[in-house]
Each structure stands twice: as C-alpha cells, then as structure tokens.
Design a protein around this ligand. Sequence first.
Ligand code: COA
Length: 537
Amino acid sequence: MSVLQSEIAVGSEQFEQNKSALLTQIAEIRAIQNKSIEKSYAAKPKFDKRGKILPHERVRLILDADSPFVELCGLVGYGMHDDKDGSDAGGGILAGIGFVSGVRCLVTASNSAIKGGTISPMGVRKTLRIQEIAMKQKLPVVALTESGGANLTYAAEVFTDGGKTFANQARMSAMGIPQISVVHGNATAGGAYQPGLSDYVISVRKKTEMFLAGPPLLLAATGEVASAEELGGAEMHAQVAGTAEYLAENDADGLRIAREVLEHLNWKEQTHSLNESYKEPRYAIEELLGIIPTDPKQPLEMKEIIARLVDDSDFLEFKQEYDSHTVCGWSKIGGLNVGIITNNGPITTQGAAKAAQFIHLCEQTQRPLLFLHNTTGFMVGTDAEQNGIIKHGSKLIQAVTNCTVPKISIVAHGSYGAGNYAMCGRPLDPDFIFAWPNSHVAVMGSAQAGKVLRIVAEEKQKAAGMEPNAQMLDFLEQSTAVKLEQQSTALFNTAMLHDDGIIDPRDTRKVLIFLFKTIYESRARQLNASKFGVSRF
Ligand code: COA
C-alpha cells in the first residue's frame, strides 16, 4: 500500500479563500445552467394545455428512479447563435447516460419547450458527439423526440452535419446498437428521419406529427390540402405506414412502452460484473474546494487531488525519482484499476518519456488511463530543445493517441498548448473529458500570447524603418491577452464542445466511477453486428 499523505492546512486563510472563490464560481455556472431549465419550465402551461409532459420531465420519468445520470454537453452553444445568457444553451437537446429498466443507455430528449426543439448548429455537433459516445461505449440510445427539425435561421450550418447524424444512426443499427424513439409531438423533415432511422418507434396518439412536410409546406409546395393527422398522425404511422411499432395513449404511456422495450432487449444480462467493494479516499472530497486555486497561474499539487479521488488514497507512484513535473501511478477508483497521469507544471523531456513508458505499461495489461490536466505545456528553452523536447513530446502524443486502453480526461487546472494534446485533450479523442469550473484551456497563456504579437508587430515596424508605435503596440498586446483570456475559460470551452461538460470538483469521484464502469462494461460487451442494420419494410 502506498497511501498518500496530505499536507494541506484545512481551514487556513488560503484554504478558505480558495473555497469561497470556487463556491462562487460553481454558483455562477449553476445559475447559467438553471436559465435554460427555467425557460423550459416556463412553457409548462402550454404543455399542460396540450396534454404533454415537459422534456426535462420526460427524461426524469424514463430513467430508473434514484439511479445515477451523467448529463453530457449541457452548456454547449452557451453565448452562441440565439443564446445570450444560457437560456438557449444546450443545442436544443438534453442528453446523458443513465439507466432505463436496468440498462445503461444514452438518453436524449428534444428540448421542445424552447424553439420547438429545433436543432441549432451546436446541437448538431452535440448530437454527433453523443452518437460517438454511444458507438464507442456500445450504449443503446433512447430518444424522446419532438422537434421542428433544423433551426432554419442557421439552416446552412446545420444541413451537412445534420446528414451525418443520420448516417451515424444507420451505422449504429448495423453495429448492433439498438435505438428506440418515442415521438412525443412534431417530427418534421430532419426531425422525422431521426425516428425513421431508429430500430423501434413509439408514436403517441393525437400527439405524434411525423412527416417530411407538414400541412402548410405541402400546400405551398404542391397545392395539396391535408391534415396533420392524415400526413403523420400516430394511428396512421402505427396502422397504415408502419413507421411506428407501438401506439401509446399519451406521453407517459410512450415512456412506459420504451421502458418495456428496454426490458426485453436482452442487454443487461450481458453486462460484466464489476467489483463493488472498495474503500473511500482517506481525505474528504469537499476539501478539493480549498485546495484548487482560482488563478490558473497558481501552482496546484496534484497528489493532493489524487488523495481525494482514489480508493483509500492509495497511489503507487511510477518513477517518482525521475522528473517531478509529470506524475504517473496506479490506483483504483470504485474498485477498478486505473493508471493516472498528471502534471505539476510543464512537461519536460524526462516527463514526456516517463509518461509514454507508463502508457505502454498500461497498454500491456489493458489498464484504463485517467489524465488530470495541470500543465503549462511542454518545456521551452535551449536546454529543452537540445534535449529533444520535440522528439519526446511527439512520442508522448503518439503513445496517447495510439494506445488502445480507455481514456478519461479531467481538466483540473491549466491545460495549455501541445501539453493539452499530450494530456489527452479533446483532439486526442478521450472516451470522456470533463472540466472543472476554474480550469483554463488555450494554445498558450493569454499574457504570453499578447507579448508574442507585440514583439512580432514591433519587429515588423522596425523592419519597415518606422519608429515603434508604443500606443498601438500596447493596445495590440492588451486586446490579444483579453481576448485569449475570455476564450480560455471553462465556460467558453464547454460552449465550444471542447469537453463533455463542466462538473463540480466534489462530484468528480462519483462521475469517474460511473464513467469507468461504463467503459469497463462496454469493453466486455460483444455486439452482434450486421451489414445493413435493421430494416423496417
Ligand atoms: N427554425 C427556427 N425556429 C423555429 C423553427 C425552425 N424550424 N420552428 C419553430 N421555431 C421557433 C419559433 O419561431 C418560435 O420562436 P420564439 O420562441 O422565439 O417565438 C419557437 O421556435 C417556438 O415555435 P412555436 O411554433 O411557437 O412552437 P410550437 O410548439 O407551437 O410548434 C413546431 C413547434 C416545431 C411544431 C412549429 O414551430 C413548426 O411547425 N415549425 C416548422 C417546422 C419545419 O417546417 N421545419 C422544417 C425543418 S427542415
């Protein structure tokens, strides 16, 4: 046993300052998340009048009571397109991993309480990411659909990637991943192909309106007059067109039928039995609040973090004496073996070589990897260059990319430059990546970026025989730094889908156990693939 010993002065002035600043930050993010929930619930009278259940409630009701649910990409699109303050964030869909009838599933719901559940450009990108997760983790998809299709204000941005979501649905069916859709209301055009490409469709009496063109468009396009019921009603699809396999009496009944379909999937019986007995960390996870500095430039000792995340705070460090900036070692999380790679500063040549070797060892016995980001990037300078930092850094990126073990990233503090790639940032395709509220991801520190552009501009002025214009250079430096700072924050990065969501640091262990179990389960599952997927004739 190698139990980590904490040296944190819990309750010190610095601890309390960190804690209060981080709690404020968490509250700010929660307030933004609540905006879209509040806006959705404001539509309750309209939904009540229509005899419908709100999208958030549909998600709540389909999930097994008191079971865990990890939301994915909740703040995607924050401050983009139609969104001003978070009210319209989320891309038009709710999504997450949870349990339905005991089956671990990917659950999605069109947020029809906002903009008719139409899909924004970031909503399409979110859907692609959700589908990537479903395919990689072999998760059945339950879609609670009610969508006006593409958000026509951004039609051109949605069109091509929207088509890719349908191709993915076809692929999933062929891979052997079941897709179940409940059509709670409107499913127009692209909105209709989503259930159409599902393996099981449940229509809801008097509520489903699933057609390629609704009455107004049909009239405008061909002059034909037809009712919504004739064109795409629930009975029509269940009894005439055969697009729906089940006819539900109302929203709640549709959810019940979906749960029954999952019950009969023959899915949960195949799950891998996972070791349930493990010890909690020796230090309280709440203490993370006082340990994490709000300023990304302040150092953070990552072994203090590991001590609060892993079973029994037990961490068998690898090559402790060989570079202290890169920390590698083995632990268990929720009883499951993991290799951890983290940083206490820049990645040096030695650190890169150590981490790459560690990855090879994890690969040898298929131990999943957890990356905890806390790096200012690869070391620069004459020494580093002469010691082959490019060569070693490249090999680390190669090892991270090509290793076949599952990978989860937590962006804990700063994550800069190619150091972000080497720590399995979004571009290197971790199975999951979540960020803490105060984390920063960027190509480099904002102040340094400002200085770089200043030097380049100053040199250019001098080369042109001009006297350097200090006022202009000051402005360039400051505006560049301010812009990059704004674009480094966790909120900015999550809006851009550079992660799968922001989590409260105190939830990290719970989330990691859930995600590692998801991964272990998927690795144990054999899919029954076919060439074309399930056809509906
Ligand atoms: N693109 C952009 N915005 C749309 C939209 C679309 N396809 N469909 C609806 N909206 C917007 C509305 O303008 C309205 O915006 P607001 O809240 O800012 O006023 C909001 O979504 C809600 O629309 P509303 O019609 O009031 O809601 P509803 O619940 O009564 O009906 C629909 C929702 C989707 C059934 C209905 O709006 C509709 O039929 N839309 C057109 C669908 C279509 O033809 N899509 C083709 C896509 S290729």
